[in-house]
Design a protein around this ligand. Structure first.
Ligand code: GDP
Length: 521
């Protein structure tokens, strides 16, 4: 039996449910949109709490630079970095992507522990002749100097490998262990520990002696299988590596050991056989380090843990992040001058609201903004000074400026793995900032700028006792080659002067050096 009253209330209930249902649907849609559309106006909003939802998956593979065939556990940063790093404004060309895929294929065929690798190395070590598999030729990179120098020279060596059909193999000694993930799928770039190139490189013919011998005998039969070449700060200017005729000779050498500490990629524009490929790979010439650096350098899991934790604790929640790198090369530069210069640079470029350190009438920050300054330096005094200047003025503003410095090693320590790990964490953290102020001459700073994809403001002062005006200058993304070649390949004579060539200009922060630019810059 059905009770009439109950039936009425049931009908009322049903009608009410029908009427509220569309409203619920509309409310649900609005809610969905607000989650998935992400923030609209504030460019810094995407680093706030729901940052992960507004990113597009294409970022994950860096616009096609990376392949997806890696196991996630072996290199977490490869899969997570897109959640922290800004999407690059520069797209890699299709040609670069196809060159990388070809390179990866070659690395799988010829990489360490393959038959071809074992045969070439055996022949090479015994100074055998060129009956080795000619598909597999190698450039073995050997470290020198600090991490910034190393990363610049690794990228240059990798580009050289792509341009010459060689494989990049790296010799990482203990101080380089556990910094980077393997960059190439299903293979390794690490020189096996039992390799004859693990020590005593002096036993191998040098590039210079190869050139002298070749000139004397004029016979390619006498070319060695292994050549040891150094492209270092002190002798880069004198080498004839950038001469076409010498590149032709090197093509016949299966194993090239290369110890380098510079960003020598700009010299490739001097080599006529490389130019066409370079132009096709990099329609935007000033993105060479940016793309190849992002392709090669993925923090190891240990380093990534350090980066992620620091970012989440100190940086991630702030609206704007300003990275400041202070590298001191000249003991004459006083900390007071460096700090004044840094602050003037920050304020002239409107990175933080200008306030006068002596005045109590400073303008407030925009409402509810929170900004953070990440100070990276060997010395604690820089972080401490900037902290006391910015944080003690919070009562003057409704916004907040925080200052953090992750470490202060006080000295540069060569050969120390933990020191390099800290340096890599800090280089990467700088690359997660929205704007960068870095120091002149510093390869550490160049790497941070290049990986970030930001046009950095580089502090101008390196010797002076006064703050220059302007205190800093905007540079392009490419690192500077400090010691460019001073050898004229056409006349076979040394030059006294540095000269610029295709797609290069003198560096803003180091006028004797050269850097890659776009022709239209
Ligand atoms: P450059 O000398 O500035 O061109 O940079 P390099 O990276 O080639 O060499 C300097 C080395 O000193 C770095 O690799 C670090 O080991 C160390 N270093 C210099 N500045 C810093 C810094 O701000 N933080 C840390 N953690 N290490 C630094």
């Amino acid at each position: 039996m059905v009770d009439g009253n109950n039936l009425k209330s049931f009908r009322k209930l049903l009608a009410a449910a029908f009427m509220t249902f569309p409203i619920l649907i509309i409310l649900f849609c609005i809610y969905q949109n607000s989650i998935f559309e992400g923030p609209k106006n504030n460019p810094f909003e995407d680093v706030k709490d729901n940052q992960f939802l507004s990113k597009i998956p294409d970022d994950k593979l860096l616009g096609g630079l990376l392949v997806s065939s890696f196991g996630e556990a072996s290199c977490i940063s490869r899969f997570e970095s897109y959640l922290y790093r800004k999407t690059s404004s520069y797209k890699p060309s299709k040609y670069l992507i196809s060159k990388l895929r070809n390179y990866e294929h070659l690395h799988q065929i010829c990489g360490p522990y393959t038959k071809s690798y074992n045969e070439t190395m055996k022949e090479g070590a015994q100074f055998g002749k060129h009956d080795v598999d000619s598909r597999c030729k190698y450039v073995i990179w050997i470290a020198a100097n600090g991490l910034g120098n190393r990363m610049l020279s690794m990228v240059s060596t990798f580009l050289y490998a792509i341009l010459t059909g060689r494989l990049l193999i790296v010799r990482f000694d203990n101080d380089m262990s556990n910094l980077f993930c393997e960059p190439f799928p299903n293979s390794s770039w690490l020189l096996p520990k039992n390799s004859p190139f693990s020590n005593n490189l002096k036993q191998f013919k040098t590039f210079e002696s190869m050139l002298t011998n070749n000139k004397k005998n004029n016979s390619e039969e006498l070319l060695p299988s292994i050549v040891f070449l150094t492209l270092m700060n002190y002798n880069l200017g004198d080498t004839r590596f950038h001469c076409d005729q010498n590149q032709d000779l090197l093509q016949k050498i299966p194993i090239l050991i290369l110890q380098a500490d510079q960003y020598f990629a700009p010299t490739f524009f001097m080599i006529s056989s490389f130019r066409q490929d370079l132009n096709k790979m990099f329609p935007d010439k000033d993105t060479i380090f940016h793309h190849l650096g992002r392709y090669l350098f993925h923090p190891s899991n240990e380093v990534w843990e350090g980066i992620r934790k620091y970012y989440e604790t100190h940086l991630g929640k702030e609206n704007e992040k300003i990275g400041v790198q202070i590298r001191v090369f000249n003991a004459e530069q006083t900390p007071e001058i460096i700090i004044s210069e840094t602050i003037s640079c920050i304020h002239q470029n409107k990175l933080l609201t200008k306030f006068n350190m002596q005045s109590s009438m400073n303008p407030p920050l925009e409402k509810n903004t929170s900004k953070v300054v990440l100070v990276v330096s060997l010395y604690s005094k820089y972080g401490e000074s900037l902290k006391s200047i910015y944080e003690s003025n919070t009562s003057l503003s409704s916004g907040v400026i925080k200052v953090y410095q992750p470490s202060h090693e006080e000295n540069q320590k060569l050969g120390d793995n933990m020191h390099n790990i800290k340096a890599w964490i800090e280089i990467y953290l700088l690359g997660l900032c929205d704007a960068l102020v870095t120091s002149s001459w510093s390869t550490f700073g160049y790497v941070a700028n290049g990986l970030a994809g930001l046009k950095p403001l580089i502090l101008q002062n390196v010797h002076g006792k006064i703050v220059p005006n302007p205190p800093c200058q905007q540079n392009n993304l490419e690192p500077c080659l400090h010691i460019p070649p001073k050898y004229d390949c056409r006349t076979n004579t040394p030059f006294n002067d540095t000269f610029t060539f295709y797609n290069t200009k003198h560096c803003e922060d180091y006028p004797g050096g050269i850097k890659i630019i776009n022709m239209y810059d």
